[in-house]
Write a protein that binds this ligand. Sequence first.
Ligand code: PMP
Length: 308
Amino acid sequence: MSAAFNGAKYCWMDGGVVETERALVSAMEPIYLGIFEGIKAYTQGNIGGKGRLSVFSWDQHMDRLWRSAAIDGLKMPYRRDELLEGLKAVVKANDYNSNIYIQPRIWPKAGDLDEVHVVIPVWRFNTILPSSNSEFSKERRFMVSSWRRISSDALPPQAKSWANYANSNLAVREAKRCGYDSALFLDNRGFVSEGTGACVMSVRDGKLITPPVTASILESVTRNLFLEFVPIDLRIPTEARDLTRAELYASDEAFLCGTGGEVTPITSIDDIKVGRDYPGPITKRIADYYSQILAGNVDKYSRRLTSI
Ligand code: PMP
């Protein structure tokens, strides 16, 4: 038990810091009705090393957490600033001073669906950024899943609900069984949707293209940020539009983006090699600029960083 959450000794639960191995609930709790967030805090100035931590895009993640709660009918019992104080207390208790992943989890209590538990576990992670890291350029072979992405008229992908990840799990397991690293989803109309835990980006003729929010995707904090800085700061034209499977196969470059995977280059899809160079030059430029933003080195995005 003590090795839970990659060694994080403490988490925050229902209003206070507790030892992770004592953060226990009844087996009868409807955890499957819960929602969560995936957030990261990076060491400033030196994102692979040790130093002062700042959480990235806290407000955007809190906006989405509250939207997920509204969609799934959960009542949040704490304010955002209370959750931020809780996070700070957990980081202090664990004595963390290098990159951490933060996963607030909210689920209704057994017997009273109007009351919820709120837990904030944290754990360390190794960033794959910048693009000069060998981990970044690792080969990653994807397949288009035979499972379709859940759609808004059945289980809305716009809420970050645990239940949605049963769909992702089917696709990942199928991909591994078939000898691939992971999977990409099509939506119920047959257009490209997203990855199992990240958004898809395609580079074609110098332009960045990503599926629209109506293609059964999670409204990704990272994708929104890329749509903001890529056209303006990097001067790469950017389009959010429906993308066909064939267009994705015939991309010059393709990658996934998200808080967890950061920028994950795609080597091949259904054994069709993507583009000529791997990772592609535009993928690398975006990844390197993103890592500068995360490290607090881009002034105009410093407001996205909250010191913890
Ligand atoms: N889609 C899915 C299904 C995800 O789980 C994630 C990760 N949260 C994303 C997209 C990317 O979202 P974000 O950039 O907010 O991490």
